[in-house]
Design a protein around this ligand. Sequence first.
Ligand code: ATP
Ligand code: MG
Length: 569
Amino acid sequence: MSNEAAKPSVEEVKTNFIYQEIDKDLAQGKNGGKILTRFPPEPNGYLHIGHAKSICLNFGIAKHYKAACNLRFDDTNPTKEEVEYVDSIQEDIRWLGFEWEGEPRYASDYFEQLYQWAVLLIKKGKAYVCELNAEQIAAQKGTPTTPGQDSPFRNRSVEENLDLFERMRKGEFKDGEKILRAKIDMASPNMHMRDPIMYRIIHRHHHRTGDQWCIYPMYDFTHGQSDFIEGITHSICTLEFEVHRPLYNWFLDQILDGEDAPAVRPRQIEFARLNLNYTVMSKRKLLELVQKGIVSGWDDPRMPTISGLRRRGYTPESIRMFADRVGVARRDNVIDLALLEYCVREDLNKRAMRVNAVLDPVKVVITNYPEGQVEMMETVNNPEDETMGTRELPFSREIYIERDDFMEEPPKKYFRLGPGREVRLKSAYIIKCEDYKKDADGRVSEIHCSYYPDSRSGADTSGIKVKGTLHWVSAAHAVDAEIRLYDRLFMDEAPDAHKDKDFKDFLNPESLSTLKGCKLEPFLAGVKPLDHFQFQRLGYFSADKDSRPDALVFNKTVGLKDSWARSNK
Ligand code: ATP
Ligand code: MG
């Protein structure tokens, strides 16, 4: 597949099967032509690249149909949810370039309504208070091919159930002592229909409702009704919820029974969740990496979180491009991490300023260049974008080049510097290596060169032909920086797919290397956190969020080499 072929056209993107289903609904006049989607995160962690796909899909549909998309926090579990997550989720969605309709919504805003619906189900004989514990329920659940057993509490009277449920709400029972279950069918081939739990007792402070409640609805008793309350027309979710769909419909059927047909009944459509190789994507596992200090935080640049990618130097455009290219599938698949890297490289190639940075510096003294002289060399900011203009680089007698751009005994095909060899310094002169010095450990410590005064870039009359061009920085003008290089966090393609091993067994011990004393051209002293650059010949880098003028820190976003496009040719 060539790069061009890999690029879906706008048309292709908008004709994925979800758009087709929505078009059909519109053609049939469903919901009076109304479209409303939602993105429903649980605030129990930071968003990751998988969520980005769901965000692009839900907000993308809204944009395409000139409709709206709600943000709703599915905050039904007070033991795992935190305000920090609520805030980070909003920041990440906005950073990706999307805006929800009105204020964020919360499933917890619907707790009273959900409670009333639960009471309604009890009154209809469709729900009961059960006293089995988790193990007993599991033991009675049966298997997909054998029916489960009825709970001994299944046939309690409506009155008794109403009384017990009310006392559950009042806090008369301890955690786990009682639950409310739907009374559906313990022999259903769909395990989710075997008297699923609707409410459990959790004596815990909730980030929004405080201590108002000590019973909390299960996600399954919350999600579908929350969509219904908000008038969501298309409830897009990942495939694992396909088997929950009959249950959501069953709850709505009970609630709406006997009422006039509602204006809008949400239609659930499932798509395959995004999986990336060499990555874990479950929030529980990402949280473990954070809590155990294996990474520096949710926004560690090695994390697949949106905040980690942002800190690494990814742009919103590159993540949206990635979501588009991955497309929407009905079957689970694993996407190559290299595609994500390809997208950011494509985007930064267009917009990133080309600058000079020497990561592993060795000094070059240009012996025939006048001491104390400084020339300003004009250089192009971005050959891909003329409008970005030019800037001037100071050139002087002592410069730094990369240590690996010099070899004492270079092989034939090595076009960089070696004894007696000539190279061009980018935007400056051609130099020739005359001599070099080594330190006590045998490491090259200084290279002596001469330069050709008539070889100045843009005004070269020397007639000398060289094969290599090196980047460099003037020693007297350079600024120091710390540069962090990253490798995959995991060494295995599917770190969490091994039955007998823990995903942490596959951590890459060399996923972070920190280089100190790197030399940058002086322009970079003034950059803002998260500014993007191409360090010539090295890759794309961006200033870390904690970078300061007196303590510059850069993260490597991605290298220049495109392994994805190559392997897909
Ligand atoms: P995780 O399993 O990573 O903890 P989750 O599904 O529990 O994620 P939610 O906060 O419930 O996380 O997800 C919010 C929305 O994002 C849901 O609609 C969910 O389907 C979607 N989503 C989560 N992970 C992915 C993924 N890998 N690919 C696509 N969509 C995803
Ligand atoms: Mg979830």
